[in-house]
Ligand binder design. Structure first.
Ligand code: UDP
Ligand code: MG
Length: 218
């Protein structure tokens, strides 16, 4: 191996030690669940590194390649919970072959909703959307798998249930756009933003599904 001049070697060693310290601190903060500090520590790191643990484009454990396995946010809205559709909706995602990595039931604050629906703030239906979404509990989940963002949008169906195909969640369980039962992220970037908004890192589980090799080539 080519040896470096003494001054260069010291610089290289210092860089390695600095990287080691930052990584150690990031991991400590992440596992202690301190998202804010983790985010600020990671702000100088390349995006691809930051997205490794819980972004929408999840890094596959087997290959190390990003984008093979994605994550998306699915929420069963208050009408879906009131109508006891939670089990049937979860069953569809399990049956399709996706993996549940996070789930909670909650009453949503207006603050969280206004961030979630920030692009719709100027729409005429926005006030009634907020009212509907805060009218009762929601069940919010993160599902993981191959092309889960695109596939789950297809499974959920058209925003307006009157236009939704039979066989989709909205097409089978709803009739009006103001009560369309379920939310699904519409893009990888959207999914990443929404997952970070609704879940803390420690609320999501990395686990191996025993049928993984039967549902997808890994
Ligand atoms: N919505 C509504 N009236 C409309 C359009 C949308 O009440 O005319 C509500 C509906 O609950 C919808 C949500 O606003 O699911 C978000 O709208 P978006 O266009 O993002 O549709 P989605 O991504 O949910 O299919
Ligand atoms: Mg949307």
């Amino acid at each position: 191996m080519t040896s470096l001049p003494e001054g260069w070697q010291n610089t290289r060693q210092n860089m390695i030690m600095l990287q080691h310290c930052i990584l150690k601190r990031v991991l400590q903060q992440f596992y202690s669940g301190n998202q804010e500090t983790t985010k600020s520590l990671l702000s100088g790191f390349p995006a691809a590194l930051q997205h490794g643990h819980r972004a929408a484009g999840h890094r596959s454990k087997s290959t190390g390649l990003p984008g093979e396995s994605e994550r998306t946010l699915i929420a069963i809205k208050p009408d879906g919970v009131q109508r006891r559709l939670v089990g049937q909706i979860i069953q569809r995602f399990e049956q399709r072959g996706f993996k549940l990595v996070g789930m909670k039931m909650m009453k949503v604050s207006e603050d969280l909703l206004s961030q979630h629906y920030c692009e719709l703030r100027t729409k005429p239906f926005y006030p009634s959307l907020l009212h509907y979404m805060t009218s009762g509990p929601v069940v919010v989940m993160v599902w993981e798998g191959h092309k889960v963002v695109q596939t789950s949008r297809k499974m959920v169906g058209h925003t307006n249930p009157a236009e939704a195909q039979a066989g989709t969640v909205r097409g089978d369980f709803s009739i009006h756009v103001s009560r369309n039962v379920v939310h699904a992220s519409d893009s990888l970037e959207g999914a990443q933003r929404e997952i970070q908004l609704w879940f803390q890192g420690k609320e999501l589980l990395n686990w191996d599904c025993c049928d993984q090799t039967s549902t997808c080539e890994v």
